[in-house]
Design a protein around this ligand. Sequence first.
Ligand SMILES: C[S@@+](CC[C@H](N)C(=O)[O-])C[C@H]1O[C@@H](n2cnc3c(N)ncnc32)[C@H](O)[C@@H]1O
Length: 296
Amino acid sequence: MAHAHQHQHGPAAAHSSHAHAHTHDSDATPNGLPEILDLDAALFAPHLTALTGRIACLAGDDIRNIVDLGSGTGTGTFALLERFPTARVTAVDSSPAMLERLASAARDRGLGGRVNTLEADAGAGLPGVVDADLVWASASLHHLDDPATALAGIRAALRPGGLLAVAEVDGMPAFLPGSGELGALETRCRKALDGLHAEQLPHRGADWGSLLAAAGFAVEQERAEPWELRAPLPEGASRYAYLVFERIRGSLVGRISPEDLAALDRLVDGGPEDVRHRGDLVVRSLRETWMARRSA
Ligand SMILES: C[S@@+](CC[C@H](N)C(=O)[O-])C[C@H]1O[C@@H](n2cnc3c(N)ncnc32)[C@H](O)[C@@H]1O
């Protein structure tokens, strides 16, 4: 990537650019989200490894310059640095808190020299980023205001023949047994959240395949895969469920019945129904991916 190498590399690279940041739900103190993202990365690590493996098959080994668009705490950044040992990653996010956490984790892992951070609204182009071999956008494209403008910016940042890997999730993960009252409660909560997201994040669930093609990408793979964990669950799964229910509870006030809110409270109140004490949790989500190449 051709941007300002002297001051963008290494630990000192944090926040090398302060382009205008416009976000929907990613302010400086994202409520519980950083820990949720880190737990998601840890719990689904094998799935993530398979995904980066698919990228390597398409992209080849000669991947040097990677952009992690809407990087969050660095799930994609770290998985890709491992997969491509000679690559560098520019992590782009509009949230300084996320980028600080990512930069600190990179230093802790001895990877500070291979990571730059760039604070920017990724929907308005990627300032200073050119000739990227790979852009990874996981659970981030739906946050951007205008997909066509965002994809044009990504295309401009990629070298001809470069790859864009898009991943999107079908809403919040499911944790409760599908049958019975708790499963029904979770279904109602997911529906209410879908309604909220339809208002706040209108591009969630967009037809990314068509949007990519319209933006001048050749879509080479499109998949929908269930990511699922069952008992015995890895460490961190119940904490993950707890944090997700805590986070959504606040958003659902006025959108679900008082009885359902009370039932949600019982899932996080430390009592006998609390998700941290249950033996019947699962973690399920549907992950959709698109692998698209920038035509020459
Ligand atoms: C759901 S998180 C996904 C994080 C990460 N890619 C992952 O898979 O764990 C979405 C991220 O996109 C960032 N984001 C939202 N709007 C953005 C924008 N306009 N420009 C750049 N980043 C944005 C948020 O701050 C957040 O870190």
